[in-house]
Design a protein around this ligand. Structure first.
Ligand SMILES: Nc1nc2c(ncn2[C@@H]2O[C@H](COP(=O)(O)OP(=O)(O)O)[C@@H](O)[C@H]2O)c(=O)[nH]1
Ligand SMILES: [Mg+2]
Ligand SMILES: [Zn+2]
Length: 308
């Protein structure tokens, strides 16, 4: 029987078959997939084959995982060499960000975008809490919108509180499988609650906001949207890390750099201070945004080349 994984809680998975019936599924023995060392062999969004185990208790045994179209992962916080798959088979990834309460840094957004490029998942950015924007944030949003749209990422301005900008995001999500991510406290669950009120997800009380926030969602979970499409709500991504990324390939994941790297004089150019660098030239000509270039340099610095 074919099914789709909606939730993973460690050893048990909530899955739904094509008839829309929900089961509690588990795996027997050890699963090795695609040579990936993962702490969770099956992720939300995976398509699986399973056999009925106990009809009365509604339990099944997963026997096979179908090939993944793509997946998004992060480093396991406990075992640095291991990966933790967040979700699989995504049509797109939507980052929820806020300029205030809490402030999402541009560095965080850019790391997220690099990860999406690595895994071939189209990305969009939703800036929530527009109702908190004053002149400063309004101006910053316009800057960010221009910067990201120029390199192909859609941006949306939303206030879940005032219910503005919601329709545009709804259109984006329709009939797609979308991963929602972003720091804890940016309003992901609140957003889902507006577009899908029957669900009533727990949101976080930010009275006495300390800028940190508690994790209210502990496991990624997928929901069917009433208007068509599915969304995956994820826990706050504080440990979001770029796994298995080499310094040499980083610029391939910046679209504005990717299209220029073949014009660099040296094919192993890291675009720092090599002669004849097409990226540095584009930067001087203001064809590449300096803040994006700074993000590139910061990520480059943070990559520790694996020593064998
Ligand atoms: N001012 C304002 N607060 C919001 C908005 N959206 C959500 N919040 C509040 O932000 C807090 C965190 O929201 P939550 O949905 O739990 O965030 P999550 O951690 O991303 O799921 C809650 O107190 C929400 O009421 C918004 O558009 N404006
Ligand atoms: Mg939440
Ligand atoms: Zn270069």
């Amino acid at each position: 029987m074919r099914a789709l994984v909606y939730k993973s809680t460690g050893s048990w998975y909530t899955v739904k078959n094509q008839a829309g019936h929900t089961y509690n599924a588990r795996i027997k023995g050890i699963f090795k997939i695609d040579e990936i060392t993962s702490t969770n062999p099956i992720a939300v969004g995976d398509e699986v084959e399973m056999e009925l185990e106990n009809e009365i208790e509604n339990t099944t045994i997963i026997t096979e995982i179908l090939p993944r179209k793509n997946y998004v992962n992060r480093q396991s916080p406990r075992h640095k060499q291991q990966q933790h798959i967040i979700a699989a088979n995504l049509d797109q990834s939507v980052l929820f960000a806020t300029l205030k309460e809490p402030r999402t840094s541009q560095g965080f957004i850019d790391r997220f975008l690099v990860a999406c490029e690595m895994y071939h998942v189209p990305a969009a950015i939703v800036f929530n809490k527009a109702d908190l924007h004053r002149k400063k944030e309004e101006h910053r949003y316009e800057e960010l919108k221009q910067m990201y749209e120029a390199i192909g990422y859609k941006t949306f301005l939303v206030s879940v509180e005032k219910q503005t900008g919601i329709e545009e995001v709804n259109k984006l999500l329709k009939d797609k499988i979308s991963l929602l991510s972003g720091h804890s406290g940016v309003g992901k669950s609140s957003f889902i609650n507006i577009i899908y009120p029957e669900l009533t997800l727990k949101t976080q009380d930010v009275s006495g906001w300390s800028g940190k926030g508690l994790h209210t969602t502990t496991f990624a979970e997928m929901y069917d949207l009433p208007a068509g499409g599915k969304i995956i709500d994820t826990p706050g991504m504080r440990e979001f890390g770029l796994v298995n990324l080499s310094k040499q390939e980083l610029s391939h994941y910046f679209p504005e750099m990717r299209k220029r790297i073949h014009d660099c004089q040296f094919n192993n150019c890291l675009h720092i201070n090599e002669p004849g660098c097409a990226i540095k030239k584009a930067l001087e000509n203001e064809e590449i945004n300096v803040d994006r270039y700074i993000s590139y340099c910061n990520i480059l610095d943070s990559i520790e080349e694996r020593k064998y």
